[in-house]
Write a protein that binds this ligand. Structure first.
Ligand code: KIV
Length: 264
């Protein structure tokens, strides 16, 4: 069993800030794990970052399973959380248990993530009662982009903020081990963080959360200059990759690669 488990993540509340990241493939997962990240999410952001879809809705259970398997092969320490894709948990509780169970049984994930608030409490309770740890996710929930009318900051109006606070408490009551807060004012994230006993993990939710998560290709600067305001780029890999590909092409076209040192 990996050093980081859902129950260990739960115990970090108020003691340790959690620096979490996403991963979608073996090599990146191994590098993120070696950096000491406690939690690695195989997000349904896979749909956009790796598979080239416009949003997260099209990604399937089979695509997610394929990538969660690759990630768990690369991870020795971190808790690997598999994101439940759109329509894998909404249709029925039975469906949710079957699909979440596949992530643990076939792909060796340690937990699943589910988007949504109080309306998901029954499903979360059924999963946790069956030994499947659940990471909650409220605020901006990208699977509801059509209902929300776009990627917008959530909880700015008092009634929205109250609903998010109620959602957090309902999910905590249903047994989540931690809660992702996405795109909300820092003051609201702070209030939610103080209102629940489980760690909150923010993305675009300010500094008061118990941890942070970023989409790894965003942090690595692989998507050019277009990214959400909350992203901090720690590298410019997109530019570095383009330069490397162009230098390789230039070398091949001009007979500079391969040379004697690359030959048998
Ligand atoms: O899919 C994802 O990567 C996520 C994170 C942004 C939390 O849900």
């Amino acid at each position: 069993m990996n050093a980081w488990t859902a129950s260990r993540i739960r115990t970090t509340k108020g003691r340790q800030k959690l620096a979490c990241l996403t991963a979608y493939d073996f090599t990146t997962a191994r590098l993120v794990d070696e950096s000491g990240a406690p939690l690695i999410l195989v997000g349904d952001s896979l749909a956009m970052t790796v598979l080239g879809y416009d949003n997260t809705l099209p990604v399937t259970m089979d695509e997610m399973l394929h990538h969660v398997k690759a990630v768990t092969r690369g991870v020795k320490q971190a808790l690997v959380v598999a994101d439940m894709p759109f329509l894998s948990f909404q249709i029925s509780v039975e469906d949710a248990i079957r699909n979440a169970g596949r992530f643990l049984k076939e792909a060796r994930a340690g937990a699943v993530k589910i988007e949504g608030g109080a309306t998901r409490a029954t499903t979360v309770r059924a999963l946790t009662d069956n030994g499947i740890p659940v990471l909650g996710h409220i605020g901006l929930t990208p699977q509801s982009i059509n209902a929300m009318g776009g990627y917008k900051v959530q909880g700015r109006r008092p009634e929205e903020a109250q609903r998010l606070l109620d959602d957090a408490k309902a999910l905590e009551g249903a047994g989540i081990f931690a809660l992702v807060l996405e795109c909300m004012p820092p003051a609201l994230a702070d209030e939610i963080t103080r209102a629940v006993q489980v760690p909150t993990i923010g993305i675009g939710a300010g500094p008061h959360c118990d941890g942070q998560i970023l989409v790894t290709p965003d942090l690595l600067g692989m998507h050019g200059s277009v990214h959400p305001k909350f992203v901090k780029e720690y590298a410019a890999l997109g530019t570095a990759m383009q330069q490397a590909f162009q230098a390789y092409r230039d070398d091949v076209e001009n007979g500079r690669f391969p040379t004697a040192e690359h030959c048998y």
